[in-house]
Design a protein around this ligand. Structure first.
Ligand SMILES: NC(=O)c1ccc[n+]([C@@H]2O[C@H](COP(=O)([O-])OP(=O)(O)OC[C@H]3O[C@@H](n4cnc5c(N)ncnc54)[C@H](OP(=O)(O)O)[C@@H]3O)[C@@H](O)[C@H]2O)c1
Length: 265
């Protein structure tokens, strides 16, 4: 499928690992200039080198900015860097997230604030920062990586699932403001995806439920009708489709990639 993304520019938050890195690599391979943002400078530099190592005949650039996008200052720095490099941002992939699993009664207020500041407020601030130039150019594509826990809350992942549910609400609400300017925003809600974060969550779930990590992973996989975790490339493929003109009539949508685990209508 031709995506015709070559020559465009994209910010990917949390682009140094997992789903964000897969999105950055896939966009770059399509000829999109990418700016990845994350906190750990060493991992960020390694990810930038990994992206750059792939041949690109379209003159695309791979940039990296170390920033904490749970803060307003971090968001401003990332967007300012992209605008100074390219004068425009065509695509935003909101992806940085790290909500912990844990017993509801034991997680501190700080754990909830951390999850909501990074994922909910972080995603909203990024949209607020990039949308004005997208609206002025009457073109923009935003993909929010959310999470199927938005639809399937459990008592041991409420910091993440409440943030995710709120982001879907935000995505649908702001889509109505952006649509007249031909700026589209959509959500992808993955179930478990094979990343370091999934392994970290399994360790936290095991501790909260007093079971082994192997048992926590087995329970997760048992709850997926297709019987396996998704790979990061599967999420990236959907993000690229939504960022392309192939999805020109899709906005305010929430696409589940969860192996059939969410049975609600
Ligand atoms: N993996 C899953 O099973 C799964 C399922 C559903 C939804 N999701 C969602 O998908 C997204 C990506 O998950 P993943 O599994 O790919 O995670 P991951 O492998 O842990 O990668 C997370 C990325 O976000 C960055 N990051 C974390 N906190 C940040 C902050 N405050 N500021 C800037 N960057 C930050 C990390 O780099 P630094 O730590 O260096 O900052 C890293 O680049 C998350 O929003 C997650 O909730 C994942």
């Amino acid at each position: 499928m031709l995506l015709n993304l070559s020559g465009k520019t994209a910010i990917i938050t949390g682009g140094s690992a997992g789903i964000g890195l897969a999105c950055a690599k896939a966009l770059y391979a399509e000829g999109v200039s990418v700016l990845i943002a994350a906190r750990n400078e060493e991992r960020l530099a390694q990810a930038q080198a990994d992206i750059d190592a792939h041949a690109n005949e379209n003159g695309a650039e791979a940039l990296a900015e170390s920033a904490d996008v749970s803060t307003a200052a971090g968001v401003e720095r990332v967007v300012a860097r992209a605008l100074s490099a390219w004068e425009r941002v065509d695509i935003l992939i909101n992806n940085a997230g790290s909500a912990p699993s844990g017993d509801f009664y034991r997680l501190s207020d700080d754990a909830y604030h951390g999850a909501w500041d990074l994922k909910l407020l972080g995603y909203m601030r990024m949209v607020r920062a990039v949308a004005p130039q997208m609206k002025a150019r009457r073109d923009g594509r935003i993909v929010n990586i959310v999470g199927a826990a938005a639809h399937n809350p459990t008592p041991i992942f409420l910091a993440g699932s409440t943030a995710n549910a709120a982001i879907i609400n935000f995505t649908k609400g702001i889509s109505q403001d952006l649509a007249p300017y031909r700026v589209r925003i959509n959500a992808i809600s993955p179930g478990p995806v094979n990343t370091e974060r999934a392994r970290q969550l399994a360790r936290q779930e095991a501790a909260a439920q007093e079971i082994s990590v192997e048992e926590a992973i087995a329970r997760r996989i048992d709850s997926i009708p297709l019987g396996r975790m998704a790979e990061t490339d599967e999420i990236a493929d959907m993000a690229l489709f939504l960022a392309s003109d192939r999805a020109a009539s899709i906005t305010g949508a929430d696409i589940l990639i969860d192996g059939g685990a969410t049975a609600s209508v």
